[in-house]
Design a protein around this ligand. Structure first.
Ligand code: AHG
Ligand code: MN
Ligand code: MN
Length: 340
């Protein structure tokens, strides 16, 4: 490999070009990197270090927690709560906001994270990840819930780490999307995928087909038309993937296009979707849009949603722009198809 730009070097150089940006943000990102390297190591060691299996507890959302859900949550909190870069945190695995312990200084950012995404995959040795979102906080205040409940469009940074055959970090600070591969030998993330972009068209979709009977008509229509392939109105054959790990699905879409959906379904009317807005949909929407794709609930741009709760769920339709546009059009109107 000839290109050895590290993540730290990349961020510092990117920040030099932005007026009024301090080194605090680079340091905060390094804290996240430290946590994700630890998680990567643990995920890789698996049963050798006894981290697989259920923890026998439930999180605030009534989901059974894996041991690693809890361990990775603790790793994130422990790496981020003492360095003075954050004013507060929120995690999938914790009901309320996470305050900075009083003995530590407080910074000007808020971090929200899904410490282990796709955790149903962990015991079957498939890809999992960590997703994070960074917001700016009003300076000098003890943040309350309202400080976290901000539109995704206000994120200053979003990223995820995919613990796959390689460990990769994908990051945006609002200036495109870049991918970094963890070089295990030197313990550094190296820029390997600069300027990631998503093709506008695709022949690949990702959805959990077992939920078909619960979907709304526009999603059913889109998927049925994909399944008709070259014999239907799309006049081309589609391929399907479902990894059950959003980080892995989004990474695939960033590398070869496609559309990913966890749409609204009628299983439980109290839940607007499966995925959580603040630490799954928003950071992924920011990354996808920065890579030239689109992300919608079917009825609204995800980044425009005014959140009402830390663990609020939303329908998610993301990926190649024209395909997302088509699905949005199906929601608007059962008839004509317009470009996005
Ligand atoms: P988490 O493990 O953080 O709860 O998230 C899992 C999410 C997402 O990554 C994935 O796309 C989806 O849930 C899988 O859901 P199904 O098991 O319903 O397919
Ligand atoms: Mn998740
Ligand atoms: Mn999770």
């Amino acid at each position: 490999m000839t290109n050895h730009v590290t993540l730290t070097q990349f961020i510092i150089e990117q920040q030099r070009e932005l007026p009024g940006v301090s080194g605090t943000f680079t340091s905060l990102l390094n804290d996240v990197v430290t946590a994700c390297k630890k998680i990567s190591h643990l995920v890789n060691r698996g049963d050798l270090v006894g981290v697989l299996g259920s923890a026998g507890s439930e999180n605030v959302q009534g989901e059974v927690q894996k041991k690693l859900d809890i361990i990775t949550h603790d790793i994130m909190v422990d790496a981020l709560n003492w360095t003075g870069h954050l004013a507060g945190m929120a995690s999938e695995e914790m009901d309320g906001i996470i305050r900075i312990p009083p003995q530590y200084p407080k910074g000007k950012y808020l971090a929200l994270f899904d410490p282990l995404d796709g955790s149903s995959n962990i015991d079957v040795n498939l890809a999992v990840g960590t997703i994070f979102s960074i917001l700016r906080c009003r300076e000098g205040v003890e943040p309350e819930l309202e400080d976290f409940l901000r539109k995704g469009a206000e994120q200053v940074c979003a990223g995820f780490v995919l613990y796959g055959p390689s460990t990769m970090m994908v990051l945006t600070t609002g200036h495109g999307v870049n991918g970094f591969t963890l070089d295990q030998d030197i313990g550094e993330f190296i820029l390997t995928h600069p300027g990631m972009t998503i093709p506008d068209e695709t022949c690949e979709f990702a959805i959990n087909m077992s939920n078909r009977r619960f979907w709304e008509e526009p999603v059913r229509r889109y998927i049925d038309e994909c399944l008709q392939g070259s014999e239907g109105i799309r006049e081309k054959d589609f391929n399907m993937r479902w990894i059950a790990s959003m980080v892995a699905e989004v990474y695939r879409i960033l590398t070869r296009g496609g559309v990913f959906m966890y749409p609204y379904d009628l299983r439980d009317p109290s839940k607007a979707g499966r995925l959580r807005l603040m630490y799954e949909a928003n950071p992924m929407a920011f990354i996808i849009e920065q890579a030239g794709g689109a992300c919608s609930t079917g009825r609204e741009r995800v980044l425009d949603i005014m959140p009402t709760g830390l663990h609020q769920r939303v329908p998610v339709i993301l990926g190649s722009k024209n395909e997302v546009g088509r699905i949005v059009d199906y929601h608007k109107n059962e008839g004509a198809v317009e470009a996005v």
